[in-house]
Write a new protein. Structure first.
Length: 318
């Protein structure tokens, strides 16, 4: 246990104390306790308790993006209703973009929250597929009854009514779920914070996963996703090319310095060894020039090979 000075009254107090024993000044932020509690309740899937803690956090820190998103997610899990959560998502993204002191751990946690939110849309889509498959099985079953029983029989009529009722319910369910899932796919993908994908490894992977899944949930997004991702891949390829150029240029620059030295060296021969005859000096000059050319080749080869990088550098410097 260490003793620290109270920021308010300046008197000595334990670093473990929650409040100053002299003036009552709070030494530990309530968020220090509430954020781990929120994480614990979230992992335990205690949605109501987690929702209450999220509300407490937002009273202290209204821009806590993780708490904003988890609050909306708790509502989704409690009511199984996706319609209200997108506004919460947009608020959370806005708070995240405005935050200046985002740690990588916070960014990872936020990325996982977004994945959870997107998973809600995926679950609804899978439910839609399962219901469609069940309806298909029921239709085949009804067709079987009609093949082996007279059309007017009780079994045939009952099975036909059951199928018609199931089909009506499915069509209603499909009409509600399909636009909602498509909206979610579009909104979450298009409003995914680029800052998150750049500072968080989890965020980058989740963004790629959301991009792939969004196309399945909303096929109309395919051109947008492909254009955006081809641009991202091109940018990444360019960064790799620049990095490769810089890596290869380091030894090439040393070679160029060697080439310059071998060019200057023949000028020094008469001064260093005045006793040498002109024929010997000529041979030494020739050897120096050969070495100079050999040393210069790697530098100019790399400059030629990566001329697009060199050209862009010159344009940016000008």
């Amino acid at each position: 246990m260490a003793v620290i000075a109270c920021p308010e009254c300046g008197k000595s107090v334990s670093d473990k104390a929650e409040n100053c024993i002299h003036c009552g000044y709070p030494l530990i932020s309530p968020l220090t306790k509430l954020c781990p509690k929120m994480n614990q309740l979230w992992k335990a899937e205690q949605w109501q308790e987690c929702l209450n803690v999220c509300n407490e956090i937002l009273l202290i820190d209204p821009k806590n993006y993780v708490a904003i998103l988890r609050l909306e997610l708790c509502k989704v899990y409690m009511n199984d209703d996706l319609s209200t959560a997108l506004s919460g998502y947009e608020k959370a993204v806005k708070a995240f973009n405005e935050s200046t002191d985002v740690s990588s751990a916070d960014a990872d946690r936020f990325a996982l929250c977004i994945r959870e939110l997107f998973n809600c849309a995926v679950r609804n889509y899978n439910k839609l597929l399962e219901t469609r498959e069940s309806l298909g099985k029921l239709r085949n079953q009804v067709s079987g009854y009609q093949l082996f029983a007279p059309l007017g029989s009780t079994t045939s009529v009952a099975s036909n009514l059951m199928y018609t009722d199931a089909k009506t319910k499915f069509q209603k369910f499909e009409a509600n779920v399909t636009p909602m899932v498509e909206t979610w796919a579009k909104t979450i993908y298009q409003n995914y914070p680029e800052k998150l994908a750049s500072i968080s490894e989890v965020g980058k992977k989740d963004y790629e996963w959301i991009a792939r899944t969004a196309v399945i949930l909303n096929p109309a997004m395919r051109p947008t996703v492909e254009i955006k991702h081809s641009a991202i891949l091109e940018q990444q390829d360019w960064k790799n090319r620049v990095a490769e150029y810089e890596r290869k240029m380091e030894p090439a620059r040393i070679c160029l310095i060697g080439a310059v030295i071998f060019v200057i060296l023949p000028m020094l021969f008469p001064m260093m060894r005045p006793d040498l005859d002109s024929e010997t000096i000529g041979i030494l000059v020739l050897i120096s020039l050969i070495f100079s050319v050999c040393f210069a080749i790697p530098y100019f080869y790399i400059k030629t090979k990566y001329k697009d990088v060199v050209k862009k550098d010159k344009t940016e410097n000008n």
